[in-house]
Design a protein around this ligand. Sequence first.
Ligand SMILES: *Cc1c(COP(=O)(O)O)cnc(C)c1O
Length: 416
Amino acid sequence: MAYLNENYSKLKAGYLFPEIARRVKAFTEAHPGAAGRVIRCGIGDVTEPLPAACREALHKAVDELGQRETFRGYGPEQGYDFLRQAIAQHDFRDHGLDIADDEIFVSDGSKCDCGNILDIFGPGNRVAITDPVYPVYVDTNVMVGNTGDAGETGAYAGVVYLPCTAENGFVPAIPKEAADLIYLCYPNNPTGAVATREQLAAWVDYARKHHAIILFDAAYEAYVRTPGIPHSIYEIDGARECAIEFRSFSKNGGFTGLRCAFTVVPKSLHGQTRGGESKPLYPLWLRNHTTKFNGVSYPVQRAAEAIYSPEGRQEVDALVDFYMENARILREAVSGAGLRVYGGIDAPYLWVRGPEGVPSWTMFDFLLREANIVITPGSGFGAAGEGYFRISAFNSRERAVEAAGRLAALDFTKAG
Ligand SMILES: *Cc1c(COP(=O)(O)O)cnc(C)c1O
């Protein structure tokens, strides 16, 4: 008899994106004339082509693999030294942050890393998760048994939910209770909020006091424009003792299809044994990564390295500028139409407060029907997202401008 992992039966059906697809399909079938007019502002995926520097590096690496003299088979599981060194140098040491090359673990995505990291933590850790949230953090904890069942509101028993609201600037207050693992993502998906140095310092203090670990998702780090806003948790004193950072080339270099990311695991991090002994986490992650993973492909790692070349940096800056100009255009349109808009300054997402009392899904239907625009309902990211919707700035300029024009012309008082 093969016994299955019954934690999976606690998972709620992946509801958000299938439900969006179902409603869009129903609408376009009922209004075939409008089908071609539909603009998707809901998806968190890049739209613009890969930088030339990355494509050149890919071509060159493929040609190397085609020659006996330069052919390569398996590479180091943790990533090639050329890439780990470029990352540690340019993303950390150039900014005065003390991260060694071998504290960088190259992978094929932050999504996998966020899930796999739970392998090195024992059962029974109490997990603190922001609400609204990127669903991966919650679901991976359900899968490993760190939660109880979901209640009527969809909240899982045993999880410390950290509400992120307009009042707290979408950066959660420090909870009174202790947590062992804390998920923070800044710049944030879905709210587009950023955390200040003081706010992150308070979380680092809390984590150190409780011997907790912060899992810091910095996938949107490249979008930070406001001076003084941290790009990395390691800008905070003491974070080397309590934080793992996840980064990805998906949103800066447009690698969502190419796949490359990395996780920073400082050697100074410790966890507790049940016997009360403090032990470093680093050897566990090294063992995990090298046992379960065989490395990112050589051409892809060369493409990631090219992001740090002078040409690559320029192209990535231009890509980020491009999406942030979309964000500006969309932001002005929505606030001009009288709605409160958050985010979109240091992140490619706008988090929009709908008219008072109008639920997120009602706004979704209203925008689809009246403007043929697809957004993501805030309630799909957690209970605290109710009444909000997310607009993504990942789009062509033409579509962003068209969507902005339609949004600006809407009478949102009719949404209810
Ligand atoms: C897009 C995104 C990532 C990156 O995931 P990859 O698997 O590296 O593509 C990580 N975290 C958040 C919150 C994201 O939105």
